[in-house]
Design a protein around this ligand. Structure first.
Ligand SMILES: N[C@@H](CCC(=O)N[C@@H](CS)C(=O)NCC(=O)O)C(=O)O
Length: 299
C-alpha cells in the first residue's frame, strides 16, 4: 500500500509530516499528519503512538496545528497521528452539502445507508487500516497505542476505545459529544448514516455503550479516562449537545468513579485555546499508561 509524502518539516527535534494514501476501506485517498519524535526520525526507533481525532469542520490540520501537543510528546518520545475526520472528494453532491453530515463529519463510524456506506467507514479506517499503514511504513509501534479526541473526535475516541478495550493503553477527550443518539449532532447525522432504527444508533453512543458494557461487566478494570470540559463551552448550553452531565450520572449509577476523571475547567470554551491550555495534562496521562518517562531532548 503506497504512502505519499506531501510535506515535512522539523518540529521539536523530530518532524511533522503530511501523508496521503489510497484507502481500500473508504475507497478514496485519505490524508493524515504525523508528528515523529527525534528518536524515530534520527534512529528509526519504533515509538508508541497517540491518535488525535478532530471534531466537526476539522481535517488533519486542526489538532496538529492548534493543540500544541507535539512539545510535550517530543519529551516522551511519543508519536502523534492526526487523521482526517472523513473521506474526501468522493464525487457525490450530498457529501459537501451539510456541515453535520459528509465532509469533516465522519463520526468515526461505518455508515450502513446509501450513499454513505460506500466511503464513510471511518471506524474501520481508524481501528484497522490506518494502524496497518503506520506499522508498515513508519517507525511506529502500533502495539503501544493510545487515543484522544475533541468533540466529535472525543466521541470517536471513547466509542472506539470501548469497543476495542485491549487495543489502546489509555483514553482521553476534550469536550466530547457523549450522547449523540439523543442530541443535536447525532440526530442530524445518524439517520443519514445509520438509518432510522434507534437501537442501531446506541452502538455509536458513549453513554449507551458504557451503560451496556458496565451492566454486562464487560469493562476493563484498569483504564482511566481523562475528560476536560470547559464551563464556558457554547455547546453545553441549552439545548446541550455534549451531555457531560449524563456521563456523570451514569458513572455514579454504575460505580465507575475510579475509571473516570472529568474536569470542568472554569470559563473555557469549546475551542483550541482551551485544548492547548490542558493538552500537556493529556499527554502526561497517556505517557503514564504507555510507561514513558520525560527526557531532556535537544531541539
Ligand atoms: N459550526 C459548527 C461547530 C464547529 C466547531 O466548533 N467545530 C469544532 C469541533 S465541534 C472544531 O474543532 N472546529 C475546528 C477548529 O476550531 O479548528 C456548529 O456550530 O455546529
Amino acid at each position: 500500500m503506497a504512502l505519499t509524502l506531501v510535506s515535512t518539516c522539523k518540529h521539536f527535534g523530530g518532524s511533522l509530516s503530511k501523508y496521503t494514501h489510497p484507502s481500500a476501506t473508504n475507497q478514496c485517498t485519505m490524508t493524515f499528519n504525523v508528528f515523529l519524535p527525534k528518536a524515530a526520525v534520527e534512529n528509526n526507533t519504533k515509538v508508541p503512538v497517540l491518535y488525535c481525532l478532530g471534531g466537526l469542520t476539522s481535517n488533519e490540520d486542526n489538532f496538529s496545528i492548534k493543540a500544541g501537543a507535539a512539545s510535550r510528546a517530543s519529551q516522551y518520545g511519543l508519536a502523534l497521528v492526526f487523521p482526517d475526520s472523513s473521506p474526501r472528494d468522493v464525487g457525490f453532491a450530498e457529501a459537501g452539502a451539510d456541515p453535520n453530515v459528509g465532509y469533516s463529519a465522519g463520526f468515526y463510524l461505518n455508515a450502513t445507508q446509501a450513499p454513505w456506506n460506500k466511503n464513510w467507514n471511518m471506524y474501520d479506517y481508524i481501528v484497522k487500516e490506518l494502524p496497518q499503514v503506520l506499522a508498515s511504513h513508519l517507525p511506529i509501534d502500533t502495539s503501544r497505542s493510545s487515543i484522544t479526541g475533541h468533540s466529535m473526535g472525543g466521541h470517536g475516541a471513547l466509542t472506539i476505545f470501548l469497543k476495542n478495550q485491549s487495543a489502546y493503553k489509555s483514553i482521553s477527550a476534550f469536550s466530547p459529544i457523549l450522547h449523540p443518539s439523543i442530541s443535536y449532532w447525532g440526530l442530524a447525522a445518524f439517520p443519514k448514516y445509520l438509518g432510522e432504527d434507534r437501537a442501531v444508533w446506541k452502538e455509536h453512543d458513549t453513554i449507551e455503550l458504557l451503560k451496556r458494557y458496565s451492566s454486562e461487566k464487560n469493562l476493563r478494570q484498569d483504564f482511566k479516562v481523562l475528560i476536560d470540559q470547559g464551563t464556558g463551552d457554547q455547546f453545553l448550553q441549552e439545548p446541550d449537545r455534549l451531555n457531560t452531565s449524563d456521563l456523570i450520572t451514569l458513572i455514579k449509577e454504575q460505580g465507575l468513579e475510579n475509571q473516570f476523571e472529568i474536569r470542568y475547567q472554569d470559563g473555557y470554551d469549546h475551542g483550541y485555546f482551551f485544548i492547548s491550555t490542558f493538552v500537556n495534562d493529556h499527554i502526561d496521562h497517556h505517557a503514564k499508561a504507555l510507561d514513558l518517562a520525560l527526557q531532556d531532548v535537544s531541539r
